[in-house]
Structures are given as C-alpha cells and as structure tokens.
Ligand binder design. Sequence first.
Ligand code: FAQ
Length: 314
Amino acid sequence: MTEEQKLEQFQARIDAEEKIEPKDWMPEEYRKALIRQMSQHAHSEVIGMQPEGNWALRAPTLRAKKILLAKIQDEGGHGLYLYSATETLGIDRDTMIEQLHEGKAKYSSVFNYPTLNWADIGAIGWLVDGAAIVNQISLQRTSFGSYSRAMIRICKEESFHQRQGYEIMTTMMNGTPEQKEMAQDAMNRWWAPALMMFGPPDNDSAHSKQSLKWKIKRESNDVLRQRFIDKTIDQAHFIGLEIPDKNIRFNKETEHWETSPLDWNEFKQVINGNGPCNHQRLNHHIKYHNEGNWVREAALAFAENEMKLETTTN
Ligand code: FAQ
C-alpha cells in the first residue's frame, strides 16, 4: 500500500469509531500528537499533587486529612496509568520526565497557582477536578485505545474528588462569616484558572483541528469550557457562592451562561513558565526525582534479579 492509501485506511478506521491500538499502523504525526497530549496530561496529574500536598499536614480534621491523602494518592496513580499508556507509543518514561524538566513538555497551567487557605483544597476538588472530568469524560471516546481505557478508569475516581471538593465548600459556606469569606476568596482566585484549563479559545488552538479530525480530542476547547461553566454556576449559586465575574448572564435563548472574556495574556505567561509558582513546582519535582533515584535503581535491580531467578528455575 502507498502512504496515501495507508492514511486513507487509517482515517476510515477513525471515522468508523474503531480504536487504534499500539501495534497498529499509525501516521507519525498521530503518534507525536498523542505523546504530546498524553505525556502532558500525565505530568499534570503528578505536578497537581503539589498544591494539595501543601495542605496534607494542615487539614482541619482527621477525616479531611484521610480523604485528602487518598485523593493525592489517586492523582499519582492517574499519572502512572497515563505514563504507562504513553509508553505503548514507543517513548520511555525517563524521556518524558526529561522533557518535563527541560521545559519542553508542559503541564496544566492551573497548577502554577498557590493554595493559600483550606478552602483552596475545596476549590481544587470542585473546580479543578470538575473541569478535568468534563474534559476527560469526552476523552473516554478518544481514538487511541490505551488512552481511552485509562480515561474510563480515571473518570470514576475524579468524580469522588469533585464531590469531596464540593463538600468542603458546602461545609465552609454553612460555617462562620470568616469561613464563608475564605470560601469566596478561593472561588475568586480559582474560577479563571479553572476555565483556562480547557486551553486557548478555538480560534487560537494550534492543535485542535487535526486532533479533532483524528478524534484524539472529541470536542473543542470552547465547547467543553461552556459545558463546565453551565454546570458550575448553578452549583456555586446553590451554596451561596458568587461567580467573580460581574457580567455573567443566563441567555434564555441559547440556554447557556455568558461570561466575560478571560485574560489570555495571563494564560500565555503561565504556560510559558512565568506563572506565580512555575519555578517552585518544577524545582520541587526535579529535587525529589533526583533524591528518589536510588529507589528506582533498587527497584530495577530487584526486578532484574527476580527475572534471573525465574529463568534459572525454569
Ligand atoms: N495548560 O492547541 P491547543 C487534572 C498548551 S488533569 C498548559 O488548544 P491541545 C487532574 C497546549 O499544550 C488536567 N498548557 O492544545 C488533577 C499547546 O502547547 P504545546 C490536565 C496548555 O492539546 C486535578 C498550546 O497550549 N488535563 O487536572 C493548556 O489541542 C487536581 C496550544 O493549545 C489534560 O491534560 C493548559 N491549560 O488542547 C490532578 C487533558 N491548554 O503542547 C491533580 C488532556 C493548552 O504545543 C489535582 N489534554 N495548552 O507546547 C487536553 O485535552 C488538551 O491537551 C488541552 C489542550 C485541552 C489541555
């Protein structure tokens, strides 16, 4: 078959909703696009543990602490599924981590903001996991099998995370005036960064057109962002939180909430390494990655030894 015929057949499989599996033929650009998106997704899960980890030792009750620790551990697990799924495309984890450390691979912009009070943990669970779920539900139908299966599993866990965040916000909104103020303050700081998680507007999204054609992405950045806005504004109002945007308006004809444009200059600053916590996040990852080197070496030596033993016994 010529290259052109292979491409046609590949697109026909995608159009027929068939899943592409690691050993199937795929265009090099499809492989690269997946490695880029999936590895960045994996890095986001792992870097996302840091802002929450900041509160692990300061959770207000033992119950809250147990839940937070379990959630953070889940995020680490999501990173592992995603790194493993990405490895099926022929890149190893060390290379992905190297790309992260060298600033060649991004991670979600939202994790470059600080967690200043306990309500920020509520806001992360409710808004950040909430936004992540809206995106990931759509990615359950992505065309690459390993990614799609990872998304199905991850979504189940993320829905608990979203609820634990909303529970924290609800409890604080039923609390003292100071607690209500903390919840509103967290809402004010996390609203825009959560909306930016969906990426730049469609007309400025470099990868969307091709990724949508190959069904790597199933819906556009703006469509997913609007879905999140519609869900979340009602949830905020239900517990008495205000949306930090004077221009929100429910359009009865479209049945969608309208919001002010986001500050895309801030977004560009953050994704290019100049957000409030970019240096802190990356330096932390590099430091503990290096300090954990002996663990990886020991685990590898153990695994190699086990394999040797198995071969000799067989
Ligand atoms: N942050 O052409 P597009 C979570 C970059 S998981 C940083 O629109 P695309 C769980 C983009 O990479 C959250 N960079 O790109 C959790 C590209 O740059 P590049 C992570 C961003 O790929 C919760 C450039 O801008 N979820 O939160 C962002 O078609 C709590 C052009 O943009 C995923 O990764 C951004 N927000 O669409 C964990 C989902 N947006 O690569 C712990 C999978 C865009 O050319 C605690 N990813 N960029 O250098 C996706 O769905 C897509 O990659 C998008 C971006 C929608 C993020």
